[in-house]
Design a binder for this molecule. Structure first.
Ligand code: HEM
Length: 379
């Protein structure tokens, strides 16, 4: 170790380090290390040295320092490995063009996405649920993943025109969930060839999202249209790497959304008082806008109206607080001293710095009673 470096926890497994313990239960693992080593320590996980910054007062120094702590370099290498987008390793213009496209997830294009999504909810829900004449039993995850996957996919990529579209979407969803299962290993430094089935799972989805396959879908969102046009500047239309870009975008749109919906439903079902408050809020919204519930009637709302449903928003924020393990990763560009008001330590080029917000979301000093409390939204 060099002077002033954070404590290093390597474990006894070469290369994997503490990976297995971290992936099994990150929160318990990090809490144990925090008690032993304080708010900043470095852990070897799957070949990467990762410095965890757990003090929330230091978050801004990690987030607002893109020259020294870069997301871009990491995300370009990560896209090459996890999605097989190789050109991003060398092409800065492609990276800039992709990022310009993300503006189409805001403002008016976001209103349009919401509008399409409302239509898709109606179509997919009505065909799956409202027309059934008998009770069906389904596990909550299977239900949520099937509904969220299909609605999100068709909102972004449009409707599949083939006659067996249900079969295509179900197969794509299963392939996606299998791929997502191995994701923690994909972002490690373990070569993809050593991860069982990872490459074949990745290739299978890429082949479903090539330009040729996208041409068989109708009603692309503006962002997909823009990306497809832009990608033809960099690739031949038949290039498989276009499918790889679409795998990356599909993953970004689904990987956090499916678990968020699952946990929201799970906790709302366990808190009848929260369910009642949500029903009341939606009923009074429908009444005030002259709409009715029931099969065959389409319910409509704008983004402002959606934003005004405060109980719904509180329920989702509460679920994200305790169930989302979204992580911020930054890569150290040069050997540096990381200084903040509460401390200073040395970091090495090539190592990673990570913010793991789930830690403060569970901290009783920040949230007095950190366990899930959907009951509060009813009060
Ligand atoms: C509950 C839902 C979601 C959560 C919790 C979430 C969380 C995140 C996080 C933590 C990042 C990394 C940000 C950083 O390190 O600075 C990210 C990036 C991104 N997300 Fe999401 N996300 C969600 C839904 C979506 C959806 C629905 C889409 C697309 C339709 C999307 C598209 C993206 C894209 C394209 C990026 C990469 C941005 C970049 O490279 O600069 N996300 N998301």
């Amino acid at each position: 170790m060099r002077p002033h470096e954070p404590p290093l926890i390597k474990g006894w497994l070469p290369y994997l380090g503490m990976g297995l313990k971290f992936w099994k239960d990150p929160l318990t693992f990090l809490k144990t290390l925090q008690r032993q080593y304080g708010d900043t320590f470095t852990v070897l996980i799957g070949g990467k040295y990762i410095t965890f910054v757990l003090d929330p007062f230091q978050y801004q120094y990690v987030m607002k320092n893109p020259k020294q702590l870069s997301f871009e370099k990491f995300s370009r290498r990560f896209s090459a490995k996890a999605f097989s987008v190789k050109k991003l390793l060398t092409d800065d213009d492609l990276n800039d063009d992709l990022h310009k496209g993300y503006l189409l997830l805001q403002g008016k294009p976001l209103d349009d996405l919401l509008e399409t999504m409302i239509q898709e909810v109606k179509e997919i829900f009505e065909s799956q649920l409202l027309k059934t004449t008998d009770w069906n039993t389904e596990r909550i995850f299977a239900f949520c993943s099937s509904v969220v996957f299909e609605i999100t996919f068709t909102t972004i990529y449009g409707k599949i025109l083939a006659g067996n579209k249900k079969q295509i979407i179900n197969e794509l969803r299963n392939d996606f969930l299998n791929f997502d299962d191995i994701f923690p290993y994909l972002i490690s430094d373990i070569p993809i060839q050593l991860l069982r089935n990872a490459e074949s799972r990745q290739k299978k989805i890429i082949k479903c999202l090539t330009s040729e396959k996208l041409a068989q879908m109708q009603g692309w969102s503006e962002i997909v249209q823009n990306r497809q046009d832009m990608l033809t500047k960099y690739y031949r239309p038949e290039d498989l790497e276009i499918g790889a870009h679409n795998l990356g975008f599909l993953w970004a749109s689904q990987a956090n959304t499916i678990p968020a919906m699952f946990w929201a439903m799970y906790y709302i079902l366990r808190h009848p008082e929260a369910m009642e408050a949500l029903r009341d809020e939606i009923d009074s919204f429908l009444q005030s806008t002259g709409q009715k519930k029931g099969p065959g009637i389409s319910i409509h709302f704008t983004r402002e109206q959606l934003d005004s449903l405060v109980c719904l928003e509180s329920a989702i924020l509460e679920v994200l607080r305790l169930c989302s393990y979204s992580t911020v990763f930054r890569e150290v560009q040069e050997d540096m001293d990381f200084s903040s008001e509460s401390g200073s330590y040395s970091l090495r080029k090539g190592d990673f710095v990570t913010i793991f917000p789930a830690m403060i979301h569970n901290d009783p000093e920040v949230f007095e009673a950190p366990e899930m409390n959907l009951g509060l939204i009813a009060s």
